[in-house]
Design a protein around this ligand. Structure first.
Ligand SMILES: NC(=O)c1ccc[n+]([C@@H]2O[C@H](COP(=O)([O-])OP(=O)(O)OC[C@H]3O[C@@H](n4cnc5c(N)ncnc54)[C@H](OP(=O)(O)O)[C@@H]3O)[C@@H](O)[C@H]2O)c1
Length: 326
């Protein structure tokens, strides 16, 4: 049994708690948040040992693994501290602010022989895994275009909380929800080679952008786009499209192959359950996660380049000259 602690007990913590509960390999034993009344209430309800500092939770030798659920700017520090304390680590998205930080975590985990896994929950959806298998099988011919888009509202508490400050969130809608859009596209299409981006701040409440559009060219030569909005009144269904020379895929309320529905979409909790089970398999069996730290690094590098592109109004290269043409 893997004894696990939650570093952060905010909005997303309950999905991780439910996933831990659904797995016979994990036991939730500890939790951290700075807000003491909230900590004590959850400790009672969820039955765990309570800690008011990250360091004190990590000092608990009875904890084997932690899930990092603090604000995005804290992920690198908290995941590094946890690895150094000998814990296995699952880090929520974005894994860190910048590709160098993600790379450092990966190297640290390798050196200390601990698991460090990105919380790329959407990759674990059966619709995405089936889409990847179809692309690999060659059924689509040459995949020449891939896109990933979601327009949604953002709750007021998030609009005014840490997400509204670039120092805490690392940016706006792109690095936050847009990370989900991009890591899924990278999982299906491979490494981006070039990015041109536009962002805008319509509501003027947050410091960062509330809309972002990325034009991408992948190493394979395929083109692509990512769109993330926090401005819409109603949420659209997150959509992914892959167009190939011999067929097309569309993921929305289900996975469609050439317009025919082939895999149903499951509730969001299912992807957290599958991700946590993969975390257990990595710890107990040495399995490699299907969503890798390399993908997290590529995602972070592409987002950094997208922000650079908005400053310079130029396309930013992400791979060596000469690659990606075709
Ligand atoms: N996979 C997904 O679909 C998904 C969805 C939502 C969020 N996330 C990710 O999960 C992470 C947490 O998001 P959330 O929405 O749960 O945030 P949240 O509700 O604001 O919770 C953040 C937690 O971190 C603690 N915290 C805040 N500032 C801190 C600091 N400076 N040092 C240490 N702890 C601090 C908070 O404690 P106090 O309140 O007690 O201060 C709280 O326990 C983010 O990285 C986000 O991107 C992922």
């Amino acid at each position: 049994m893997i004894k696990v602690g939650l570093l952060g007990l905010g909005a997303i913590a309950d999905m991780h708690r439910q996933a831990i509960h659904a797995s016979s390999d994990f036991e939730l034993v500890a939790g951290f948040t700075r807000n003491r009344p909230k900590l004590e209430a959850l400790a009672k309800e969820w039955q765990f040992r309570s800690y008011t500092s990250v360091a004190s939770l990590l000092d608990d030798g009875d904890i084997d693994a932690v899930i990092v659920l603090t604000p995005s700017s804290n992920h690198h520090e908290h995941a590094s501290m946890a690895l150094k304390a000998g814990k296995h680590v699952l880090v929520e998205k974005p894994v860190a602010l910048g590709a160098d930080q993600v790379h450092q975590l990966e190297r640290l985990a390798n050196k200390l022989q601990r698991v460090c896994m990105p919380g790329h929950c959407s990759v674990y959806r059966p619709v995405l895994q089936r889409a990847k298998a179809i692309i690999r099988s060659g059924r689509l011919g040459i995949p020449y275009f891939g896109s990933s888009a979601l327009a949604m509202p953002i709750p007021d508490e998030q609009l005014y909380g840490w997400r509204s400050k670039i120092a805490y969130g690392g940016g706006g809608a792109l690095i936050d929800s847009g990370t989900h859009r991009l890591y899924q596209l990278i999982h299906l299409m491979g490494a981006p080679c070039q990015v041109f981006a536009w962002t805008h701040n319509w509501k003027q409440v947050m410091e960062g952008e509330d809309v972002a559009l990325l034009s991408l060219r992948f190493e394979s030569g395929a083109l692509g786009s990512v769109f993330q909005s926090w401005v819409s009144r109603d949420s659209t269904i997150p959509e992914i499209r892959v167009l190939g020379t011999e067929g097309s895929l569309w993921i929305s309320d289900a996975l469609y192959l050439d317009g025919e529905k082939i895999v149903p979409q499951l509730p969001r909790q299912d992807s957290f359950n599958r991700m946590l089970q993969q975390f257990a398999d990595c710890i107990l069996k040495g399995t490699l996660p299907i969503a890798t730290m390399q993908e997290a690094e590529l995602t972070a590098r592409t987002i950094q380049a997208a922000y650079d592109s908005t400053q310079t109004a130029t396309a930013i290269n992400l791979c060596d000259a000469g690659q990606g043409s075709g």
